[in-house]
Design a protein around this ligand. Structure first.
Ligand code: NDP
Length: 330
């Protein structure tokens, strides 16, 4: 083992779900690999909105629970059956318990990093770019000439959606809360931006689309935007509700889809990555987008692990843009 001899590491976990004060930064045992897993010494791990849901109880977890769903770092130990990676490999992965110095990851969830890819970029594209890309390629296959509405267009997933949709030849309408965010969304591919704190989203979308609405609406905001999203989806269009930043969408009546023959989808990324083949396909496409500079990363801020609480406060404050990362000490 090329790791600490104390068998302890720093981690951020909760013993009970609740507000940010439930986050504990302390020592826990370094996890042990099994025959099919690898131990990764994390360099950078991503902060995602899902971390706040798992902290506050929006999503259930089994306690105690170490937060974090993605990371990049070095393989320091491999299980006896592991063939696809070796000690010393630089890797990125999606998995559990990444707000920690070390994470035990199933070997099949680990992707090797090509030479030019930095740890922080790999940790930053993970969940957010895969979520964005799976939605625009499978959830709704964005085509040239389409008009797509993206809520929270200056957020982590939002900026990537703007870049990808522009690349696919469609028109992007973004919604944001401030003028600064509007500028950033435009710089990242949004053709039109609605500042929803002072403009009416449905009226502006109707003006911009000749009253037809959008071919697809991509809504990660949830509760507060549901009605507008439904109103902004055009006849035969697709509404994808993929998050709960403002709260969970209340139960809906299925008849709300009837008037315009709408398709409704509520995806979660991990169901796109259930097999090794699917996982490899989506990762390789996203790495390709990064290599071709179709996507460029906007890192909002890098936090130390002991400041994970501040990262949660910030991402929930609506004041962040792009990606929040945590750096682990080497
Ligand atoms: P963001 O960076 O987009 O942050 C959330 C943004 O939502 C804010 O910046 C804010 O933008 C907007 N927002 C609107 N109302 C609220 C509110 N009441 N409270 C807080 N924020 C609000 O986060 P992420 O990119 O990490 O995630 C975006 C969404 O995508 C989340 O809902 C997340 O859960 C979801 N997601 C879903 C996945 C899936 O598999 N289904 C995977 C990954 C992410 P503004 O100020 O412009 O309104």
């Amino acid at each position: 083992r090329t790791m600490s001899t104390t068998n302890k590491m720093k981690a951020v976990y909760v013993n009970e779900q609740g507000d940010v004060d439930k986050l504990i930064y302390s020592d826990i045992p370094i996890p042990k690999v099994n025959e099919n897993s690898v131990l990764v010494k994390n360099r950078f791990v991503g902060v995602n909105y899902i971390d706040t849901y798992q902290r506050d109880g929006t999503y259930p977890v089994s306690l105690p629970f170490t937060l974090g769903r993605e990371g990049a770092g070095d393989v320091v130990e491999v299980g006896s059956n592991v063939k696809n990676v070796e000690v010393g490999d630089r890797v990125v992965y999606l998995g559990g318990s990444t707000y920690a110095d070390y994470t035990n990851v199933p070997a099949e969830a680990v992707e090797r990093l090509s030479e030019g890819v930095k740890y922080e970029d790999a940790a930053a594209i993970g969940i957010q770019a895969l979520t964005a890309w799976t939605m625009v390629r499978d959830g709704y296959q964005v085509k040239k000439g389409d008009t797509i509405l993206v809520h929270a267009a200056a957020g982590g997933v939002g900026l990537l959606l703007c870049q990808m949709i522009r690349h696919l030849g469609a028109t992007v309408i973004g919604t944001v809360s401030t003028d600064e965010k509007a500028t950033l969304a435009r710089e990242n591919g949004a053709d039109h931006v609605i500042v929803y704190t002072r403009e009416n989203v449905v009226e502006r979308v109707n003006e911009l689309t000749n009253n037809l609405g959008c071919h697809a609406v991509l809504d990660g905001v949830g509760k507060s935007t549901w009605d507008d999203s439904l109103a902004c989806t055009r006849r035969l269009g697709t509404l994808i509700s993929f998050g709960n930043a403002s709260g969970v969408v209340p139960p809906i009546k299925i008849q709300c889809l009837t008037a315009k023959n709408l398709k409704l989808m509520r995806p979660q990324l991990f169901a796109y990555l259930a097999t090794r083949e699917e996982s490899q396909k989506w990762w390789s496409e996203v790495f390709d987008l990064l290599a071709k500079k179709v996507i460029k990363l906007h890192i909002h801020k890098i936090y130390d692990l002991e400041n994970a609480k501040q990262a949660h406060i910030d991402i929930q404050s609506r004041k962040t843009t792009g990606k929040l990362l945590i750096r682990l000490r080497s």
